[in-house]
Design a binder for this molecule. Sequence first.
Ligand code: TXA
Ligand code: MG
Length: 344
Amino acid sequence: ETKILKIDRNNVDYSYLKKAGNLIKMGELVAFPTETVYGLGADGLNEKAAAKIFKAKNRPADNPLILHISENEELIDLVEKVDDKTKYLINNLWPGPLTVILKKSSKIPAIITGGGDTVAVRRPKDELARLFIKECNTPIAAPSANISGRPSPTNASDVYYDMNGRISLILDGGESDIGIESTVIDMSLDKPCILRPGFYTYEYIKEFIPEVCLDDSLVDDSKVPRSPGQKYKHYAPKARMEVYVGDKSISLIKDLAKKESEKGNKVGILVFNDYLDEFSDYYTLSLGNKDRLIEMSHVLFQALRDLDRNSCDIILAQGVEDIGLGKSIMNRMKKSASGNVNYL
Ligand code: TXA
Ligand code: MG
């Protein structure tokens, strides 16, 4: 049985953080909230503890983990060297939804890096996350707290659904603000490169590092991603999913929904607020205001999980253009839909 401790952010019960910290020190797994998604935490310098993460998530061993820290200075011991560009980047963007990859120091166990010579590090913005990490007094290895391949969890009950019986404790800090994972940038390369787009967009990172590039796979779908985690099936609901982008998407989704439901399939619909009324015959969830993509990122993963729990056979979803935060969201949607994204 996995325990859930609900934390009141306005009046933090430090005995809960102590409990969580003690479990981490004993080599156990604790899920915790961050501003992006919930993480599945273990002592990042304890090989046996880190190994439990891979087991609990069913995660391939070659997919490296992010180390989470509570202060910028903690980065120094974890990597070979913090170059000036990286310093500038983290001084401006940490704490926040940004993960930097650098050459690892000798302290880092091979299990964290998937055997490679680089390590990913992030200092989250979520205050509870940082209090928890500080209490643990060690870098916290934490992937998203889902079973591998499923949508990342953005609240404690979604973590529980995947992880009950597999981990000791869930710290419940309510819903994650952002709802999609951090931007991952490889600073170990001659030319810094974004491996996973996140809340911090390519355009925004460029303001700090003008020469930053996007991994080939983010520009051309046929290219193999440099980041191991990006090559796996990911963010996938159980239902078949199709995504439609553009002016004609609503009328097409309507036609398809009708056809599918005539075939006897339970149809799940994901559209922006403006169109909810047109789909009252189906199980329909909102993607928020179409002009505020932060609402879409906030709800996307929990909506996919909701559609699964309601046994939808097919999900028909509205997508967005591949720019700014839209690029990060579509990166997830493409994987959720196994590439079935159609531009109309
Ligand atoms: O927002 C986030 O980053 C969340 C929260 C919990 O912090 N964490 C998260 O972790 O998304 P995870 O394990 O689900 O995704 C980490 C991604 C994977 O695609 C992994 O392959 C990549 O980062 N990664 C980690 N270390 C790497 C390395 N040394 N080189 C290349 N890619 C790396
Ligand atoms: Mg993940």
